[in-house]
Design a protein around this ligand. Structure first.
Ligand code: HEC
Length: 143
């Protein structure tokens, strides 16, 4: 009888300890997800300016925000000294063609899915892994 009660008490202490550890961890991981999306949005919109190439423009040259990151024609022709130049910046909203690892490799090392660098004018970003992860989390949160 005594042994059973002791076991029960130990069990309660264990459950209590697990809750004590798990709840803050859960709250932390969720706040991390939110802030990761927000930081990624900030980098995309205000630092790396991805939208300036990857979003189509209207007749006055303004970004069409309803088509944010939907892909757009590159509005400038290749300068003479650039041999490899892309004429289209593909859709990156949702980033459905990329695994996280592939996208991280692109943003931290400039190497695309096919194993080669992307063509100009896509900048060869050298983001930290943390920044790149936030950008990927944000892009994947888009429709
Ligand atoms: C100065 C214009 C420019 C900017 C700024 C730019 N890109 Fe690009 N991006 C391009 C072009 C052009 C391509 C196509 C390159 C090619 O076809 O080789 C491209 C390709 C890509 C691809 C490959 C897409 C695919 O389906 O293969 C990804 C992913 C990408 N860009 C993400 C980004 C992100 C994220 C940012 C901001 C952090 C960004 N780009 C900023 C022009 C740009």
């Amino acid at each position: 009888m005594k042994g059973t009660r002791k076991k029960e008490r130990n069990m309660k202490a264990l459950v209590f300890a697990v809750v004590l550890i798990a709840v803050p961890l859960l709250v932390y991981s969720q706040s991390r997800t939110t802030s990761s999306v927000e930081r990624g949005k900030y980098i995309v919109e205000s630092v790396a300016m991805c939208g300036h190439c990857h979003t189509p423009r209207n007749g006055s040259g303004e970004l069409i925000m309803s088509q944010w990151l939907n892909g757009a024609a590159v509005p400038v022709k290749a300068p003479a000294q650039f041999r490899s130049w892309a004429e289209y910046a593909p859709r990156i909203a949702g980033l459905t063609q990329f695994t996280d690892e592939q996208a991280l490799r692109l943003l931290t090392g400039g190497i695309s899915r096919t194993g080669t660098p992307l063509r100009n004018p896509m900048p060869p970003y050298r983001m930290s892994r943390e920044d790149a992860q936030d950008v990927v989390t944000y892009l994947k949160s888009l429709e």
